[in-house]
Design a protein around this ligand. Structure first.
Ligand SMILES: Nc1ncnc2c1ncn2[C@@H]1O[C@H](COP(=O)(O)OP(=O)(O)OP(=O)(O)O)[C@@H](O)[C@H]1O
Ligand SMILES: [Mg+2]
Length: 248
């Protein structure tokens, strides 16, 4: 039996005011997310992907439409941005525990939780490093650790690996899959990359060019854990083809 959704989005539209009667960023977006789903939104530049994540993180209000979270409380949301957005004057440890500090959590508890996250993302030994001394992949790991420290119900990822080289990026896919499975999180990620979406997601929703509408909703029925060579299988190729056709 399918679990009941933790998030239901219905007929969401976003129009940004401009001098031309409004810029339509998203139109009639509806979808459901179940606990522990890994959902990818795949879409070209300007299709409203970041706008959608900002709405889900309550950083932006939709023009019309409904967003309902199950239960009677707003869920805790963690967001990882395209640029890692670390504070350059804080060490890895101090960046990761920042959200807890802001919440008034005591120093020793915050350090203990941050250490656990550092372990999870594989940054042991770099606790006292400065952001400027980290590689792009390491900086994104810090961003992921910081987003997870609140134990969020929903993890939102905005093209977190877009600025990484191809090999690092592939390594991060495996890492993220492992973290997702270990922490049993619900994840919504946006990306430009077909391979990335198929490697990670349970479901891929393809957005059209602006205004972003859902053009295709594909279940990714590839076995897990997914290894690097899965992309050479015929089924992966078939799914990739379907997504590519939808985007073009
Ligand atoms: N605050 C804003 N005010 C006005 N227009 C905006 C605002 N934010 C986004 N837009 C416009 O909405 C459209 C969608 O933007 P958005 O950043 O969501 O796209 P995206 O899919 O994330 O693109 P990319 O892949 O390049 O990151 C764009 O045309 C953008 O210019
Ligand atoms: Mg964006």
């Amino acid at each position: 039996m399918k679990p009941s959704p933790i998030l239901t989005v219905k007929d969401l539209s976003v129009v940004f005011p401009d001098s031309n009667g409004g810029l339509h960023a998203l139109e009639n977006i509806s979808f459901e997310v179940c606990p522990r789903d890994f959902i990818c939104f795949l879409g070209p530049s300007g299709s409203g992907k970041t706008t959608l994540l900002k709405i889900l993180a309550s950083l932006l209000q939709p023009t019309t439409g409904e967003i309902n979270f199950s239960g009677n409380r707003r869920p805790e949301v963690g967001m990882v941005f395209q640029q890692s957005n670390l504070m350059p004057w804080r060490t890895v440890m101090d960046n990761i525990k920042l959200p807890l500090e802001l919440d008034g959590v005591g120093e020793s508890e915050a350090r203990a939780k941050a250490s656990e996250m550092i372990d999870l993302v594989g940054l042991n030994g770099f606790e006292d490093s400065w952001p400027r001394d980290l590689s792009g992949g390491m900086a994104q790991r810090v961003g992921i650790a910081r987003a997870l420290i609140h134990d969020p119900d929903l993890l939102l990822l905005d093209e977190p690996f877009a600025s990484l080289d191809a090999l690092t990026r592939e390594r991060m896919w495996t890492e993220l899959s492992r973290i997702w499975q270990a922490k049993q999180k619900t994840v919504i990620m946006v990306t430009h990359s077909i391979n990335e979406s198929l490697f990670l997601a349970d479901r891929v929703l393809v957005l059209t060019q602006r205004p972003g509408k859902i053009k295709l909703d594909v279940e990714v029925d590839l076995p897990r854990p997914r290894k690097d060579d899965i992309r050479y299988t015929p089924h992966f190729g078939k799914l990739a083809r379907k997504l590519r056709d939808a985007i073009e």
